[in-house]
Every structure is written in C-alpha cells, then in structure tokens.
Design a protein around this ligand. Sequence first.
Ligand code: TXA
Ligand code: MG
Length: 325
Amino acid sequence: MSTDIQQAVDLLRQGELVALPTETVYGLGADAANPAAVAKIFTAKGRPADHPLIVHIPDASHLERWACDIPAEAHALAKAFWPGALTLILKRQPQVPDAVTGGQDTVGLRVPNHPVALALLRAFDGGIAAPSANRFGRISPTTAQHVRDDLGDAVSLILDGGPCQVGIESTIVDLSGKRAMLLRPGMISAIDIGKVLGRVPLSPDDPLAPPAVRASGTLEAHYAPRTPLVLMPDDSLPIALRNAIVQQERIAVLATHPAPFEMPQVIWQVAPADPSGYAHELYANLRALDALGCDRIYVQKPVGQPWQAIYDRLKRAAAGSGAFV
Ligand code: TXA
Ligand code: MG
C-alpha cells in the first residue's frame, strides 16, 4: 500500500478529514461510522447540518452494512454502473449516524470509479462519508488545487489523483419509495437508468411524484461563482455582447464555438462541444472565468437531452450567483 493511502487510513481512523479524488469531483471524506468525524465535515464546509452526505463504499457487497430493504432495482443498477457516477438512496440501517443522513430514514451510497478512491476504500474497509470538497454553495472542486484553494488548512490530507475525469457530481436515484426517482441528473442519464430498470425514473417535478419530494426539488443556490452568471441562448449572445460593450462592461463568455466577431473587450473561453468533454472542464472553466473579476459571465445555454445534467448545474450556478435572467 502506498504511504499516502496508509496515512489517509490512519487519519480517517483517528477521526480526521481526508480529501479524496473521485471520477466526478473531489470529496471531503470522514469515517462515516464516526459522528464526531462527520461533524468536522460540516464545520469545514460551512454546510447546514441537516444536509445528508453520500457514503462511499468499496463495492456493492457493502450495501447491506448501510442499507436495508434493498430492492432488486438497487442490485441491478449497482451491477450496471458501479464503480461509477451513480448514487443510490436506500432505506438506512438503524446504526447509520444521523450526522450522515441528516436525520432522514434513508442513506445515499456510491462506489466511486477512481483508483485512488478505491484503494483508500479497500484499505479502510468501511464507509467514507464525503460531500464535494468545496465551501458550501461554491463551485465543486475537480483538481487537488481547487480543494487547497477552498479548504486549505481545514483538511488534514489531500490525496492528489489528478483532474476528475467526469467533472460533475454523480447522478442520484432514490429507490426508497414506490418508484425510482431521479433526484439529481448526472452524466449517467435517466435514459441509461431506464434501460436497466425497464422504465425511466420519475423526476421530482413529475405530476406522479409524491408532493414532499417535489417540494425538495426547488432550485438551490449552488455551484455558484461570485461573478453574476447569465445563461444565454446562442442566438442572443451577439446582441447581448454588443450592448455590454456599449455599456463598457467587462464580460467573460463560455461557449462551444469561437467568438463570431472580433471583441477585444470580451474574454472568450471555448468549451468542448460534446457533453462529456464539456462536463470534464466545466468547473475549472467556471473557476477560471470567475477569477477574472468581470462584470458578468455569459454562458451559452446548452440545449437537448444529452446536456441535461450540465444545464442543471449551470442553472444552479446562475441562480446562486445572484444574476437575474
Ligand atoms: O459525485 C458525487 O456525488 C460527489 C462525490 C464526492 O462522490 N459527492 C457529492 O456530494 O456531490 P454532495 O454532498 O455535494 O451532494 C450530495 C447530494 C446532496 O444534494 C444531498 O442532498 C443528496 O446527495 N443526498 C445524500 N443523501 C441523501 C438522502 N439520504 N436522501 C436524499 N438526498 C441525499
Ligand atoms: Mg456539493
């Protein structure tokens, strides 16, 4: 075992925090069976204590340690997508600390697909509770440097596993109710899930969804840059930019194509035109554009089903940034 992994295991056993790479985003990890350790996550992130955390496990054989009444659908999805960017919400075992579940009767579980995370989980041989390793409401980290920038001294050790391959958070599917429900879209799509389950999961705003779940689907101020971020249909961008230039505003743009005309006043970042490539670079792009201190960031509004998860993150970033439109 590498010395880094051994050190990380020792720290987790002592109730300390360890930041770990996953294929989605970096996580801020603690021993999920130790409520005092889990409490440190909330302090470090500045996160409200009633927000539940995802428990990362080394493989699907650990499901029964954390969940009960596990439906066949959970085993089917685990078989199809684990290790991978899918979190399952299941009825919890009674001994799962309230600090992890936010006092709910369910627990979120995931086997991440990253060699460093898997090596750590296997060596630890337990559950690691880990939200994204950013301060509450800020942009999720996809490199070790992002974690250092956000949390610095608040974490005992940062395992550096390079840039996260997927780049946005896992898909969350709730299997604790009568019908599978998509709580958070991700790069594993509702259609991918539907192919395994035989029907697509409900979305929380579906008229068939139970009312309580629908209410919790309201837009959170999340993934937020400090610069006001505005989502722009591609054909509205040129006129919006001309107006901004007339007003002498400094604008940064994130789009999947180069600028249509010469604009020295505008900082233009070209993003990959495919959803996987775009997601991989999304948070690094948002962090870099945010750091420029422009008056606004205009992001070309993505259109179509393959862009659903990216659109979800951008919508939240726009809402959280306090920009109108
Ligand atoms: O890709 C990911 O999922 C990353 C990496 C580190 O695994 N983690 C992540 O964690 O995004 P976090 O805490 O930033 O987001 C976890 C989401 C929250 O929106 C939380 O409400 C939801 O999971 N969640 C966790 N447990 C839940 C539960 N029992 N019921 C409903 N939602 C739950
Ligand atoms: Mg998060």
